[in-house]
Design a binder for this molecule. Sequence first.
Ligand code: SF4
Length: 275
Amino acid sequence: MMEMGKAKKRIYISLLLISIAILAALATAGVSLYFNRFTRFYKWTLFAILVILTALIVLLSLGLAATVLTLWHVKGFFGLERLINFSVNLLFPITVALGRVFHIPKDLIKSSYIEVNNNLVKAKNYRLKPADVLILAPHCLQRWDCPYKITADVKNCRRCGRCDISKLIALAEERGVHMAVATGGTLARKIVMDLRPKAIVAIACERDLSEGILDTNPIPVLGILNIRPEGPCVNTKVDVKKVKEALEFFLMGREKELKADEEQEPAISCSENTN
Ligand code: SF4
C-alpha cells in the first residue's frame, strides 16, 4: 500500500515538473525569439507554429460551419461527422471558460451543449436493435428512502410507483432495451464498457450529462435533463415521454418523422384542391 501511495505521488510530482519544464522552455523560447527574431532558426520556428495554428483554426472553422449547417435543418453531416465531433468537443471547455468571463451560468452553457449534441445526433438516421440501446438513469431518480439496491440490478425495484424508476423499467421491458442506474461517472463508464451499447438515452443533470456525452464519444447519446422539484440529487424526476421519444428515434430512426410528414401531405393537397 505504501509503495502504491509513493508511486501515485511520483506520477503527480513528475507531471508537475514536466509542466514547469515546458513553461520554462516556452518562456526561454519567447525571450530568445524577442532578442533574435531575425535569425533563420526562429523565423522557421515561428512559421511552423503559425502553420499548425492556421491548420487548427481552419479545421475548427470547417467543423463549426458543418455543425451550424447540420443544426440549421440540414439533415446529414456531409461526411464531416468526425470533424464536427472534434470541433464541438475540443471547444467545449473553452466555451465554459469564456462563459465564466461573461458571467454566463455554467449550467446554461452545459444545457445548451446538450441541446446541440441532441440535434447533431438526430441529424443521423438510426435503426438499431433493442439489445444495442441503453437507458442510463441516475441514482437520484430513486426515492431517497427506498431500501432496494437498484444500482446493482434494476430488477431489485419492487415497482411501488413512488418514483419514476418503475416507469422507466416498464418502458425498457416494453421496448426490449437495456436499463441501468448509476451512482456517478465511474459506474456509468463501467456500465457502458460492460454492455457496449451502440446508442444511449441518458438522464442526468447538466454537469453529469455533458461529462457523460464527452466521455462516451463517439457513442451517440441523447441527453434528457432530470427534473429537480426538491433540489439537486434527491428525489429527482424525468419526463418519461421524452425518454420514450428518444428510444423510438434510436430504434425506428426518422421513420416516425417521415410518417408524420406523409400524414400531413394529403391535408395540404386537400386545401390546394379546394382553392
Ligand atoms: S419504484 Fe419504488 S421500489 Fe422501485 S426504486 Fe422507486 S421507490 Fe424503490
